[in-house]
Design a protein around this ligand. Sequence first.
Ligand code: ARG
Length: 479
Amino acid sequence: MTSRSNQTNKPLHKKNKSKSSSIWGGRFEGKPHEIMDQINPSIDFDKRFFRQDIKGSKAHAEMLSAQKIITESDKDKIIHGLDQIEKEIDEGTFKFSRELEDIHMNIEARLAALVGDAAGRLHTGRSRNDQVATDFKLWIRDTIDILDKQLMHLQAALIDLADQNFNQVMPGFTHLQVAQPVTFGHHLLAYVEMLGRDRTRFQDGRARLNECPLGSAALAGTSFPIDRNMTSKALGFDRPTANSLDGVSDRDFALEFLSSASICSIHLSRFAEEVVNWTSSQFNFISLSDAFTTGSSIMPQKRNPDAAELVRGKTGRIIGALNALMVMMKGLPLAFCKDMQEDKEPLFDATETLHVCIAACTGMVQDIEANSSSMENASELGFSTATDLADWLVRVLNIPFRQAHHITGCVVKLAEQKKCLLKELTLDDLKNIEPKITNDIYAVLEPSKSISSRRSYGGTAPQNVKTAISVARQRFLES
Ligand code: ARG
């Protein structure tokens, strides 16, 4: 049909906008059902992308102008308008609209209001599909950089506490049964290693995600002569994504990020569990101040390690987010599907949760007071130096280890019967079990001797811990 049949002489695409959604323009005549207002918009949560969205749009506009797809003057208007929008959002004066669905269209609509027709040219050669993938990658990349710093601070706090306790003896456990004495510093440094791996896991994911989807357009690429290398470079990506279908539908980066976040939160939950145990009156290894504990409304004596319990508990939310995204992605056909809008809320929640958990752990570590005498007393219990006794039999009397293990078992049994510590058995008691035992054996039954003997690489001896602390400072804190 030609414009001759258009009685008002107005182009058809400018008519009849009243009933249909103003966003979709010509094709739609009816209004969306009211339930669509509840299920469809993502603006309430994806507004977090505003800075990344503006950055991406600026890079796109610069490229369109450099490629002569839009004029320089339109580009200048767009950039100016986007700066204005960023300011409005920062200052809280921007009006977000659910009708405009998401951050991309909210910004574009405001840009149209600010700079007129030039705004309509910004979306040339791109789609919300590549836009949202780009924003999401930029956002996760920024988040990883924040998490890396946070984790480094937690490592620093742990290393400082380890330094203060490099020779503080405590019982080491396996199966939560007393195993062998260790140093508290050594125990704390175990968490420094875990967090170090967490940091590299996030970095691995960061390197893999650093390919730019912008310019994949809806799914097939575009007929405009865009320069994807230019936008990729401007946004700090290593290269553009190689396949447009993959570019818009890949969410591996979100899954990988959440998987790293889950593992990290599991590490934090293990530390939190130790804090819960250690602050109990049964252990009493450490104390936390009022800052990280709460009282009970009924039991006046209570001091509950709420922060630690919540770190432990919140792990469920982070792992839950990973689960939610994996199930959402499973079986989705290429390319973009609206299901993928569901990738954000769990990930945002998991990220906020992880930030707060790391901060709480850092605060707790800085707050911990080691209760030396409790740790020392506890390290005498549970026949913690039985392995040292067996090792002495091997080293000094040249008894094969299996036999030494058996002899030590008999010694422990006797101490159990006499309800005493190993070092409280008399030399006669010991000689009755193994006649070649001499007075020298008593030296190895002291927990302090036990720890200082464990000098194998990675072992718990105080002198190892001292070295490990300075190595950890170089490996993790000086970059
Ligand atoms: N709001 C969408 C999201 O969060 C943006 C992409 C929408 N694309 C589309 N074709 N509906 O994923």
